[in-house]
Design a protein around this ligand. Structure first.
Ligand SMILES: C[S@@+](CC[C@H](N)C(=O)[O-])C[C@H]1O[C@@H](n2cnc3c(N)ncnc32)[C@H](O)[C@@H]1O
Length: 316
């Protein structure tokens, strides 16, 4: 079992404090849908059954982008760092591609706020034949925006840093911690959920989210803190200030109290509690963000169904 280090930002105490602060602001932050064992398991089931990125079309985009990224890498050792890698399904595939392409020294680090997920990712990555070594770091990338010191001494060779499924989850906020790991010549891959350019696309995408398993996964966190009766999760599109997102929320019809261990937070009747904020991008918008972040050689590949975009780029 690979070594898993837990940064203070991913400790139970940090999660409790973060949950209380988020609830007081009327939301459940994204990370809380992954940090508990039950939520993490529900998400893994949901992602493997329904995620467009793990469907045939999404894998095509990831595989083509992986080939582009590998072409950007110089010869020699590679260190794959999966930022917010979840259970590492996509990094595992990437590691397999690197080994198949003849790389003989391939190191890997799994990074995620969820201890159950980062542990599963490290195990999955270590099981890829030919991978040299694997370690894992549990950290909140919003709290620790400079991840480089947390990773320890730089390994020889080039870093290939991945940020998959996070532009949809955290938006551009996820970029800075990811880029903190790069030196000139390192390579990064970033994926984003896209809104296909066809009539009815919003309805199609909404239908993927507005399902019983997704609502149950989102509501599991409420159940953990005594808000099970807060109401049904409703979903809507929100378009504002150049961003497009699906918002999921529940609105209690009477005052309720959330219990985060010993701390009680009053959730007033009529005020929505936001459980989900999932951003959609377009390829040009994604490339713009990466260019603004100082990356070069940016190439974006969209899945045939237009729902998953994966970019590869180099740091300068
Ligand atoms: C949508 S999933 C994507 C997982 C994986 N990269 C994939 O594409 O399948 C979001 C992941 O981000 C992680 N996450 C959410 N907020 C985070 C934070 N603040 N710091 C680090 N990881 C976070 C979650 O634990 C989860 O594994």
């Amino acid at each position: 079992m690979p070594d898993v280090r837990i940064d203070e930002s991913a400790s139970p105490a940090a999660h409790r404090a973060g949950m209380v602060a988020a609830l007081a602001a009327g939301r459940v932050d994204n990370r809380f849908h992954y940090v508990g064992e039950r939520s993490a398991t529900m998400w893994r089931d949901l992602a493997s059954a329904h995620s467009p990125a793990q469907a045939e079309d999404g894998l095509v985009a990831h595989d083509v982008a992986a080939r582009t990224a590998m072409a950007l890498l110089p010869d020699g050792p590679v260190h794959v760092i999966g930022v917010a890698c979840g259970d590492g399904v996509k990094e595992r595939r990437l590691l397999g591609a690197l080994v198949s392409a003849g790389r003989t020294e391939v190191h890997a680090t799994a990074v995620d706020v969820s201890v159950p997920l980062v542990s599963a990712a490290a195990e999955a990555m270590a099981a890829v034949p030919g991978v040299t070594d694997v370690d894992a770091l549990a950290v909140d990338i919003v709290a620790r925006r400079d991840l480089s010191p947390l990773l320890g001494p730089r390994r020889p060779g080039t870093r290939l840093v991945t940020l998959f499924g996070m532009m949809s989850t955290l938006g551009p906020v996820a970029l800075a911690p990811t880029l903190s790991l790069l030196q000139p010549g390192d390579v990064v891959m970033v994926s984003a959920n896209l809104l296909p350019r066809r009539p009815g696309a919003r309805e199609e995408v909404m239908a993927q989210y507005d399902t019983a398993p997704t609502r149950e996964w989102l509501a599991a966190v409420l159940d953990d803190i005594g808000l099970a009766g807060a109401g049904d999760v409703t979903m809507r599109w929100r378009e504002e200030a150049g961003s497009l997102a699906i918002i999921g929320e529940v609105t209690p019809t009477e005052d309720m109290t959330a219990h985060v261990e010993d701390t009680v937070v009053v959730m007033p009747a009529g005020r929505p509690i936001r459980l989900l904020e999932s951003f959609r991008h377009d390829p040009a918008g994604l490339e713009h963000l990466l260019r603004e972040a100082g990356l070069d050689d940016i190439a974006t590949h969209a899945s045939p169904d237009g729902e998953e975009g994966v970019a590869a780029a180099t740091a300068r």
